[in-house]
Design a protein around this ligand. Structure first.
Ligand code: DC
Length: 221
């Protein structure tokens, strides 16, 4: 199997890029953040606090998470309910960032991710794909952009949806999320030694996709 790992901080454009690369190669796109978000949604629904390690561990036994593809788009199922429409909310993202530091949560979801990658050619994005989940991936990318650029992109995205947002607040949230993801004890976000750094601050989406595809060609993917 050929596996491509794309890691990086929140808002770097991983999912847009990974989806495009997967399409170009006819690989399956696996969004691992959505799995952590589904687990987070379960915790929110159960009224579990992100600080309650024990309750989170217990919840891992009763939350069944699986993925399916509809028209090539990943859907996340939580105890057989398709929860994909609820996963992008800010509250779910914040809970995912907090609860993803839990060892049991990670064990459970990493296993699911490894099973998928063993069966299919995948482009998988997340925080620990190149370092922990798929250490043997043929291509590893660390995709980043400055916090300011990422905040601006998010701001414009919200504006396009007709929502008002505060750029400064978004940048603060991004910095806080980065700190949390990079400083947790288990599988913190970091660039794998053999990953190629791509800083998209001054690149278009097409340029980033092309840079990754050209690397894939070099590696015989
Ligand atoms: O990429 P995202 O914003 O959908 O991810 C939501 C949270 O899930 C993120 O703050 C950290 C966590 N996450 C993780 O710990 N490991 C991954 N492989 C993917 C996401």
């Amino acid at each position: 199997m050929f596996n491509i790992a794309i890691d990086g901080p929140a808002g770097a454009g991983k999912s847009t890029i990974a989806r495009r690369v997967a399409k170009a190669l006819s690989y399956i796109y696996v969004d691992t953040g959505a799995m952590y978000r589904a687990m987070a949604l379960y915790l929110i629904r159960q009224g579990i606090s992100p600080q309650d390690e024990r309750a989170i561990q217990e919840a891992c036994a009763s939350a069944r998470i699986s993925i399916a593809y509809v028209d090539g788009e990943q859907q996340v199922l939580l105890n057989d309910e398709n929860v994909t429409p609820y996963l992008r909310q800010e509250a779910v993202g914040n809970m995912a960032s907090a609860s993803s530091g839990n060892r049991k949560v990670r064990e459970k979801l990493v296993e699911l991710q490894q099973q998928l990658a063993a069966r299919e050619n995948v482009v998988m994005d997340g925080r620990d794909i190149g370092t922990q989940v798929l250490p043997e991936a043929q291509v590893k990318i660390y995709l980043t952009a400055s916090a300011h650029t990422r905040a601006r992109r998010r701001f414009l995205e919200l504006e396009q949806k007709g929502l008002t947002a505060d750029l400064k607040q978004i940048e603060e949230d991004i910095n806080q999320r980065d700190y949390q993801d990079m400083h947790r004890e288990i599988s913190p976000l970091r660039q794998a030694e053999d990953a190629v750094l791509v800083d998209s601050s001054d690149m278009t989406i097409d340029e980033v996709v092309e840079a990754i595809l050209s690397l894939c060609r070099e590696r015989g993917v």
